[in-house]
Design a protein around this ligand. Structure first.
Ligand code: FES
Ligand SMILES: [Fe+2]
Length: 442
């Protein structure tokens, strides 16, 4: 349980808020690279209660600007995108990707007014098919280093990125992603416990009917450990076979401020982020990375189709879900009654988003009752409140994974079946780990 004040601190993200100050110390995903075509329509980028606009100019440069025109505030999302700049519809001012005002056509011909004005422009990086920006305080050295995720420079064939509008505060999404205990309930329809995968090293496999996992245990024991980037935790369960000797270990990482990695089916790695648009909406970015090989077009369609995240089918053009609050996530009660579906909701991520959105846009956590199975959720909030306090004293957040030592491949989710006597940390920590257990990484 949190106090009302702590809940407010954790969830409010706009300018001038405590969490807003913390989140502004990090690079943020904003739009997908393919949402921006050269000379194409600019895109509104709502981010932490602020209004930005992104566009790609004639030469391919991405501009990330304040959405409102520096003249008298018309939205530059309406602007024409022509010859290396946005031309505001209202009085024709033209603004380049780096915020220079290069034309003020209604002003006298000899006026140098435009040279004295700039629109605010933010730094951008394109990586992993996503345009990232940094809107926080700048030091003399510029923005902080960009996190080179392991898929940052991977070719598109190796990455699947889903971007989904979520009608809930960002924290509800992050909480759901560090909550291993719900797997045995909310997603039970998609998970089948088999001795086969238990015998094959305990790594979840994707089949055409769902996921095969090595455990049916619904009572994981959680162990949580702080790290310099946030924390990591293991959910320890009884495997379907040899439970007297072995345990099924699932390790996830919370990477501040809003990323979670968790075990992914064989040959892939997962990362989920919940990026606040404002206090009551967020975008979920679900990144799947092929650690070995690439995704065929067929595989891509299969993965997205089964997740219920197929663009144009399950998602609208602006990343909305066809299963949403307004239609009760298309919950099918007859499928629940017949036993065909536990939730009546199609697709694992849709099940997550349904329960997270069902709590209301900002859940009042002074009303909750937390148990042992919520240990990772509790730690995430605590780490973030500690970081907020630090930033509140004028310091830089110390929850930073992205310095020169950043080793993103070490932050992959991991699962295996291991002897009860083996510590879970030793399974992922460097040379002490037995070589065989590394085969199941990711
Ligand atoms: S408001 Fe944009 S040119 Fe006047
Ligand atoms: Fe889930």
């Amino acid at each position: 349980m949190l106090s009302v004040e702590e809940n407010e601190t954790l969830t409010r993200v706009g300018p001038g808020t405590k969490m807003g100050a913390l989140l502004r110390q990090y690079w943020m995903p904003t739009v997908l690279s393919d949402e921006l075509k050269a000379d194409g329509a600019p895109k509104k980028v709502p981010l932490m209660g602020e209004r930005l606009v992104a566009f790609r100019d004639t030469e391919g440069n991405v501009g990330m600007l304040d959405e409102l025109c520096p003249h008298r505030g018309a939205s530059l999302a309406l602007a024409r995108n022509e010859e290396c700049g946005l031309r505001c519809l209202y009085h024709g001012w033209k603004i380049t990707h780096d915020g220079k005002v290069v034309d003020t056509p209604a002003e006298p011909e000899d006026s140098n007014f435009k040279d004295k004005i700039r629109n605010i422009s933010y730094p951008v990086v394109e990586a992993g098919g996503i345009v990232w920006t940094y809107i926080g305080p700048q030091t003399l050295d510029g923005p902080p280093p960009f996190p080179r995720w392991e898929w940052a420079d991977a070719p598109p064939e190796r990455i699947i990125v889903s971007k989904v509008l979520v009608e809930a505060n960002w924290l509800q999404g992050v909480e759901g992603t560090v909550d291993s205990a719900h797997l045995g309930f909310l997603h039970q329809g998609a998970m089948k416990a088999t001795a086969r995968v238990a015998a094959l090293g305990g790594v979840t496999e994707m089949t055409k009917d769902g996921f095969e996992r090595p455990s049916a245990d619904v009572r994981p024991r959680l162990e949580v450990e702080n790290t310099h980037y946030g924390f990591r935790y293991a959910a320890l369960r009884k495997p379907v076979t040899d439970a007297d000797k072995n345990q099924y270990v699932r390790i996830s990482h919370f990477i501040a401020p809003l990323y979670v990695t968790f075990p992914a089916p064989k040959g892939t790695a997962n990362l989920i982020a919940f990026v606040p648009l404002n206090d009551e909406q967020s975008y979920m970015y679900f990144i799947r990375y092929a650690t070995d090989g690439e995704f065929s077009a067929e595989m891509r369609e299969f993965i997205l189709g089964r997740a219920g995240l197929l663009p144009g089918v399950d998602l609208t053009e602006d990343h909305g879900k066809i299963r949403n609050v307004a239609n009760n996530w298309l919950q099918d009660r007859s499928a629940m009654e017949s036993g065909e579906s536990f939730t009546g909701i199609y697709g694992v991520p849709n099940q997550d988003l349904a329960v997270e959105e069902s709590m209301g846009a900002i859940f009042d956590r002074s009303k909750e009752h937390l148990g042992m199975s919520d240990m990772a959720v509790i730690r995430m909030r605590r780490r973030m409140l500690e970081a907020v306090a630090k930033v509140g004293q004028g310091e830089t957040s110390d929850l930073m994974a992205h310095g020169p030592e950043f080793r993103p491949e070490m932050l992959r989710g991991f699962e295996t079946v291991a002897p009860l006597t083996t510590s879970w940390q030793s399974l992922i920590d460097g040379p002490a780990a037995p070589v065989d257990s590394l085969a199941g990484r990711g």
